[in-house]
Design a protein around this ligand. Structure first.
Ligand code: COA
Length: 234
């Protein structure tokens, strides 16, 4: 794989995204069940990355079985995440605040909000935003729609499973019902397309997000997720 690349590439069942902020950082997402990934190929790949100057590789949020596979490759825990799901067994509320479709021309504003809402590690760059939108066969980008954009949500669906991929509200407008309206929109859209469960993950300790999701009918799932990291020098 060439690393003089645009920001994304694929390697035998793995999507690789080079950080646009830090050329020494890469992000990987398994696209296949880990049983189908070749350990030797991935070890070679890590070595190629290291030779190209990459010093840290982070995984996407992994389920427990995927974590075992990456642990065996030398990855260690970076952060545990909470996984929540909504099974649509309870009635849904309509959004209180207006939202509209997010357009390509909104991306800069979306990225600005993302940058002030999230801490540095979790912050999206352009490639990460694109990856979140393209992670599922179908996705929906919504923005809160007063004069300027004050929040956004990205929701995807694959078969009967939905994923609330991203949600952020400009801190100046938080606690005014925008987050709740964006989640309500995501739930209604998912239900309209016969999604059985809408999943979302959040950092353990993100009390605001957890309260929001639980107050809207999401329940914690037992199998938590984790982001793992690989350090070239250890
Ligand atoms: C989480 C987030 C999207 C909530 O957006 P918001 O517009 O402030 O949410 P709302 O005003 O609709 O709040 C809805 C409910 O969420 C809960 N909530 C939101 N922020 C909270 C906080 N800081 N502390 C405790 N509960 C909070 C409350 O139950 C709130 O209802 P209430 O105001 O009636 O008490 C926003 O805080 C944010 O962008 N955080 C940073 C990015 C992030 O963590 N995104 C989610 C990652 S999965």
């Amino acid at each position: 794989m060439s690393l003089d690349r645009p920001s994304h590439s694929h390697l035998s069942g793995l999507r690789v995204r080079m950080s646009m902020r830090n050329e020494r950082v890469a992000h990987v997402t398994p696209l296949l069940p880990t049983a189908k990934l070749q350990k030797a190929t991935l070890l070679n790949f890590l070595s190629t990355l290291q030779q190209s100057g990459v010093s840290q590789v982070f995984t996407s949020a992994l389920r427990p079985r995927e974590q075992v596979f990456f642990h065996d490759l030398g990855f260690v825990l970076h952060e545990e995440l909470l996984l929540l799901g909504h099974d649509f067994s309870k009635p849904l509320n309509a959004p209180m605040k207006q939202t509209r479709k997010g357009r390509r021309s909104d991306w800069n504003q979306i990225l600005d909000i993302d940058a002030i809402a999230f801490s540095e590690f979790w912050r999206f760059d352009d490639a990460a935003l694109r990856e979140a939108i393209e992670a599922t066969p179908t996705s929906r980008v919504r923005v809160s729609a007063q004069n300027q954009i004050s929040g956004f949500a990205i929701t995807g669906r694959s078969g009967r499973t939905g994923f609330l991929q991203r949600l952020a509200v400009d801190p100046r407008y938080q606690r005014t019902g925008i987050g709740r309206s964006l989640v309500a929109d995501a739930l209604l859209w998912s239900k309209r397309w016969f999604v059985h469960e809408l999943l979302v993950n959040t950092q353990i300790g993100n009390v605001g997000a957890q309260n929001l999701y639980e107050s809207m009918g999401f329940n914690k799932k037992s199998d938590g997720l984790a982001v793992l990291k690989w350090n070239a020098n250890t």
